[in-house]
Write a protein that binds this ligand. Sequence first.
Ligand code: FDA
Length: 406
Amino acid sequence: MEKEGAVLIGETSLQRKSDVIVIGAGAAGMMAAIRAGKRGRSVVVLDHARAPGEKIRISGGGRCNFTNIHAGPKNFLSANPHFCKSALARFTPADFIAMVDRHGIAWHEKTLGQLFCDDSAKDVIRMLLTEMREAGAQLHLGTEITAVEKVEAGFRVSTGDDAFEASALVVATGGKSIPKMGATGFAYRLAEQFGLPVLETRPGLVPLTLDPGLLEAIAPLAGISAPAEIRHGRTAFREALLFTHRGLSGPAILQISSYWREGDEIVVSIEPDIDIGAHLKTAKQLNGRQSPQTALGDILPKRLAQFLVEREKIAGNMADLPDKALLRLAAAAQSFTVKPSGSEGYRTAEVTLGGIDTAALDSRSMEAKAVPGLYFIGECVDVTGWLGGYNFQWAWASGFAAGEYA
Ligand code: FDA
């Protein structure tokens, strides 16, 4: 079972010729290997990492938000929003839940349809490895890919002093996010090698940064979190907003970051379900002697309330303040425009937007239209989900689709 620099599961002898080679033992690659293996195809999976599914392991704070029960095409960004429909319809959240249940993994819904393991993300990795073993797939870890060529029988993948051949090649090497974890951009280079178009890539689901002046002004707010609506054009998300030492974060910001482009503004509304103007007017009537900080602090974090009052240069008791001043204070909390200076980049981004142009792929099988036998799946394809289990659902669904045909 052991080979220098590689760990094998499945077959006991090294298999250099197979029906399918999958490059990348992440979420998408393992699912493709399982489906192809269960169809009776011989499958070899190659990965340069020392362990499979490393992003699964760290996902969802170690509990893996493995799907979202509401996942549908509307939750994905792509130059062609229709592309993901076929794969998502043929492998649904219910299909993945059925697999998780079969393996006795306990799970719960946290919020907004997001499903997490009760115990550990490692349960999902163990499940996928068990399924791969049952499907007869062979896994080689610690394996650097040095070249990929088209040969008469299909594809040859060289790995230093070794080479593997198969009639189908499935590329599942993910995007550029978190280079520290071995993200390489390999899929994009390979696509280009085969003449396939690759759309501009950029970090998604990423905290946004602010210019030094604004950062200094909001420094006292670092660590504060509040429910918010963050709007970019016609897109808006209502989730938590977090002020940090570098800028803005929290689920609402991560969501909008995938839509935001350099130079764009976003509109922040804190506690969007509360009419803060009406609350302040009532507070003035009920207790005119209280300070605006106190009245605002009843509904917003105290430090934030104080910051807004100071920023709006509002002084005196509630009774001294005209309604106009109270509405100005409410607007400061509920419709302020921010121009982020940038994002934290691939270092912390959960996903990579853009990638292999879906126009070059068959939406049923993920096969490159111009290169029969070559498939691209998962994050490297120009399909990116919202925060909340959608990206894994795309990995499972696109992996399953390729596994059906490869
Ligand atoms: P993935 O990146 O998982 O796998 C790619 C594999 O290819 C890796 O095993 C890598 O080692 C290998 N590889 C790369 N380059 C190679 C090369 N040159 N040669 C050989 N092998 C190579 N999503 C979600 O739905 N719910 C969640 O809870 C989270 N949480 C989360 C947390 C954090 C911190 C991050 C960074 C991301 C998430 N995500 C998430 C996103 C999710 O992890 C991501 O969308 C999927 O892992 C993508 O699956 P893939 O299989 O496409 O790539």
